[in-house]
Design a protein around this ligand. Structure first.
Ligand SMILES: [Zn+2]
Length: 167
């Protein structure tokens, strides 16, 4: 990613109100982190850790989503992050719901997906992190191709939300 200003990040969120976007907690280490090494930005609100944010560069500019971790506990075996396709033990992946409106909660209109619990898809994609105890699928793709795929999946998620909102 390229570096973007704080106000550009705040303006990028498509599924919350302008006022809510102004109040989003953006940690300093996200704002001043190493953007170039990220495929997209992802973080949780340090004050309410069930609420997370992702921001990605798309053909329509910077787009951000607010997401909320489901209270539902993951159980069973390995699960795959739908963004970076990394396999994790069940606890390493969580179900998040993404509202498809700018206003009050509407659970009938949300998108659900499984993502890396720590939103560190960039690190897993580029091999900087590996989940413990789970064998990954054999892949012949280069790191660059994997990064393209992760980016495409995240953009796809943004599109699914944006489409439902008539954008
Ligand atoms: Zn992931």
């Amino acid at each position: 990613m390229q570096k973007h200003s704080e106000s550009a990040i705040r303006k990028s969120f498509i599924n919350c109100s302008k006022g809510a976007a102004q109040r989003i907690n953006i940690p300093q280490d996200v704002l001043h982190g190493d953007w170039e090494s990220q495929i997209f930005l992802g973080w949780y609100d340090p004050k309410s850790p069930r609420v997370g944010y992702v921001v990605v560069e798309t053909e329509d500019g910077l787009r951000g989503l607010v997401l909320e971790k489901s209270a539902q506990k993951a159980s069973g075996g390995a699960r795959m992050c739908q963004i970076c396709l990394t396999l994790h033990p069940a606890s390493g992946v969580c179900l998040v719901s993404i509202q498809r409106s700018k206003t009050a909660k509407d659970h009938y209109s949300s998108v659900g997906t499984y993502v890396c619990s720590n939103l560190a898809c960039s690190d897993y994609t580029l091999g900087r992190k590996k989940p413990d105890g789970v064998r990954q699928m054999e892949e012949t793709m280069s790191a660059e191709e994997r990064a393209e795929r992760t980016l495409a999946n995240m953009r796809g998620l943004v599109e699914r939300v944006a489409e439902a909102m008539g954008k």
